[in-house]
Design a protein around this ligand. Structure first.
Ligand code: SAM
Ligand code: SF4
Length: 474
């Protein structure tokens, strides 16, 4: 086993997670109806909740109160986000890893996984396959290994942006990779990234130590907790936090993620752009006992509570979850989902049916194609979007709160969702999805109240239908 001589790296970072305090407020008695009502009213007024207020929602034991929480989350989602859902796909670049996270198939002590890093040609083949499905937004995923240096990550992003096939192109690349130092983030940032995600996995110190051995880079809790603060210092103002649910009490993790968001907001004037809440999945060569398995019911509570806690933060729901559950949870306030997902290396170009356990990180539950997911969304009256306008026009960070600016959704997000949906339908949609989508677009157009804007959008939609014009964003 390699021992990293430069540990610890976290000197100077602040530990803002107080396990004892979070545990204490979760152990207070269950709240009465009127206290729950006060907290829900604050959420509906679109104000972010304090940690103690989030704990009130998490301490509810009465199913009737849970229903109230679900219903309020649904309403808040409609008020803040409307019916848009943004789509993306993950792209796994390499599964070499010097860490030893006990839950992950890529961990270094797992002999059952075949180690592989895609070559530039293989990356291009993957991106082309994703573009042929209609994807425009990717999250590019790496293990933690010296081979995956900031320069390597930057080159990979460049390759992704440069790869084009037919009308296909990737317009936004988000990253899920190991925490970097400030200089490393600067290098990656210069390649033009969207969100940089780092999940803390578990915020509970003792549990963190149990799953991440101390002689590994990831064993340094504080270096990881400080990761996105360093990203901000390097000028990356678009960051995503997350926890891996199933390692510790889900309610603790929710409170800790809210604490993390507030910390970033206070320190840098901008909170996380997105929150992810993956649930632990079975993985090749991984056997865990004594997990804090999160039931479907609690998963719904988790998503609804997050929605109410941070009304303006994007929530990401992945294909780790089953299609039926995804469909239900979408209504509680999810803003982004992946579709047509493959997590095995090279899985898009060699789409051959069953995933290969030898190189995948974990098992996914929703194996549907992008087109199938698009059709279901449209039939459920959601507006699928591939919009990347804000990031490309520099509308990020503290200068910009897409959901806070009055009229923003109506004037920019909905029009951009409609044009990117029309591109998808024309270039990649199956006949059924196209027919359903064109109807949806018509209904949405009728709901644009300003005649000038409606006309403008209509004109762009016609251009997309009748000409080669693409990427017409507001
Ligand atoms: N190596 C980097 C890291 O650890 O941050 C980034 C990539 S890692 C492949 C992405 C995420 O996958 C991890 O942060 C973890 O939350 C999640 N993950 C790992 N093992 C998992 C499992 N068995 N089930 C579900 N998600 C898992
Ligand atoms: Fe490596 Fe990330 Fe997997 Fe941990 S979760 S073993 S760091 S790939």
């Amino acid at each position: 086993m390699t021992t990293l001589s430069h540990l610890p790296l976290s000197t100077g970072a602040t530990d803002f997670i107080d396990d004892a305090r979070l545990t204490e407020i979760l152990e207070l008695p269950a709240p009465d109806k009127s206290l729950v009502g006060e907290v829900l009213a604050k959420s509906l007024a679109k104000q972010p909740l304090e940690v103690a207020e989030v704990a009130v929602l998490l301490r509810c034991t009465d199913p009737e109160q849970h229903e109230r929480i679900f219903e309020t989350a649904r309403q808040l989602k409609r008020d803040v986000y409307g019916n848009r859902i943004v789509l993306f796909a993950p792209l796994y670049i390499g599964n070499r890893c010097q860490n030893d996270c006990q839950y992950c198939a890529f961990r270094r002590s797992n002999p059952e996984v075949e180690r592989r890093t895609l070559t530039e040609l293989e990356i291009r083949a993957e991106v082309e396959a994703l573009e042929r499905e209609g994807h425009k937004r990717l999250i590019v995923v790496f293990g933690e290994h010296r081979q995956y240096s900031p320069d390597f990550i930057a080159r990979t992003i460049d390759t992704v942006y440069q790869t084009r096939t037919g009308r296909g192109e990737i317009r936004r690349v988000n990253i899920n990779a190991a925490p970097l130092d400030v200089d490393g983030y600067r290098i990656v940032s210069s390649a033009g990234i969207g969100t940089y995600q780092v999940f803390q996995e578990t915020y509970h110190h003792q549990t963190y130590a149990r799953y991440h051995p101390p002689n590994t880079r990831k064993g340094d809790y504080l270096y990881r907790l400080d990761a996105l603060s360093r990203a901000q210092q390097a000028g990356i103002d678009d960051v995503g936090i997350g926890a891996l649910f199933g390692l510790y009490d889900w309610r603790f993790e929710v409170l800790a993620m809210v604490t993390h968001g507030l910390h970033l907001q206070e320190r840098f004037g901008v909170g996380p752009h997105t929150i992810s809440f993956p649930r632990l999945q079975p993985a090749h060569g991984v056997e865990l006992d004594d997990c804090h398995t999160v039931s479907d019911y609690d998963f719904k509570r988790l998503v609804a509570t997050l929605r109410l806690a941070v009304p303006y933060t994007g929530l990401i729901l992945t294909a780790r979850e089953r299609a039926e559950l995804r469909r239900e949870v979408l209504g509680f306030g999810v803003s982004q989902i992946d579709a047509g997902t493959r997590v095995e290396l090279g899985g898009y170009a060699s789409r051959s049916g069953l995933p290969s356990a030898a190189s995948e990180q974990f098992r996914i539950a929703d194996m549907r194609s992008l087109d199938e997911v698009m059709r279901e969304l449209i039939e459920d009256n959601y507006l699928p979007s591939f919009c990347t306008a804000c990031y490309r026009l520099g509308r990020t960070g503290e200068h910009f709160m897409e959901f806070a600016i009055p009229g923003f959704i109506q004037n920019l997000c909905t029009p951009n969702a409609l044009t990117t949906l029309m591109e998808y339908l024309m270039d990649y949609g199956s006949p059924e999805t196209r027919a359903a989508g064109v109807h949806l677009i018509q209904r949405e157009l009728e709901q644009i109240p300003q005649p000038a804007l409606r006309q403008h959008v209509q004109q762009r939609l016609r251009q997309i239908q009748e000409t080669d014009a693409r990427d017409l964003y507001f």
